[in-house]
Design a protein around this ligand. Structure first.
Ligand code: QAP
Ligand code: CO
Length: 185
């Protein structure tokens, strides 16, 4: 198992549409396992394959406190939505930012599990929010798109600035690799 790198908004890959999984082979199972490990390590309650740069319709969710109920959704489809509810959301790809988003209150979803078995669930509350948030990722959407342009631009600019700082720190921690030809001369 491995902890994967999570893409940060506004990475362009986060806006691509993921492809359905055709066959659940050992590579897909490894990706599912690595995604679960990555989500638990964060820690987070949901992660879509798009967030780790894999444009496949796979997401993992565990909303329990004790990490006891991993749910794997492969090729998920919403077959019914009802009501509206507002919930505070965050995202591993939007670290440090949280805001309220309105979504359906309950959703009926069908998907394949890690073994390829079809299951259908009726979700409400936090699970319903999380399922809709992760399916959005598979369709190339990030929750900040639902916020006002003022808020989403502010978040985007702060994350770009932070990414630049992180890249600069990474450079400084490996000075030897970066000595230029001019400096050696
Ligand atoms: C999606 O999000 C979600 O900013 C899953 O610094 C979130 O697991 C659905 C996280 C809320 C419904 C409600 C976020 C971790 C985790 C951060 C997550 C952070 C560290 C987000
Ligand atoms: Co997210």
């Amino acid at each position: 198992m491995a902890i994967l790198d999570v893409l940060t908004y506004p990475d362009p890959l986060l806006h691509r549409i993921a492809e359905p999984v055709k066959i659940i082979d050992s590579k897909i199972k490894k990706l599912v396992d690595d995604m679960a490990e990555t989500m638990y390590a964060a820690p987070g309650i949901g992660l879509a394959a798009t967030q780790v740069g894999e444009l496949k319709r796979i997401m993992v969710i565990d909303i329990t406190e004790d990490k006891s109920q991993l749910r794997v959704f492969i090729n998920p489809e919403v077959i019914r939505k009802e009501g509206l509810a507002v919930h505070e959301e965050g995202c591993l790809s939007v670290p440090g930012f949280y805001d309220k988003v309105e979504r359906a209150e309950t959703v009926m979803v069908t998907a394949l599990d890690r073994e390829g078995q079809r299951f259908t669930i009726n979700a409400s509350g936090l699970l319903a929010v999380c399922i809709q948030h992760e399916i959005d990722h598979l369709d190339g959407h990030v929750f900040v798109e639902y916020l006002s342009p003022l808020k989403s631009n502010r978040i985007k600019n702060k994350l770009i600035k932070r990414q630049r700082e992180l890249e600069r720190e990474a450079e400084l921690s490996q000075p030897r690799r970066r000595i230029s030809a001019a400096a050696r001369a």
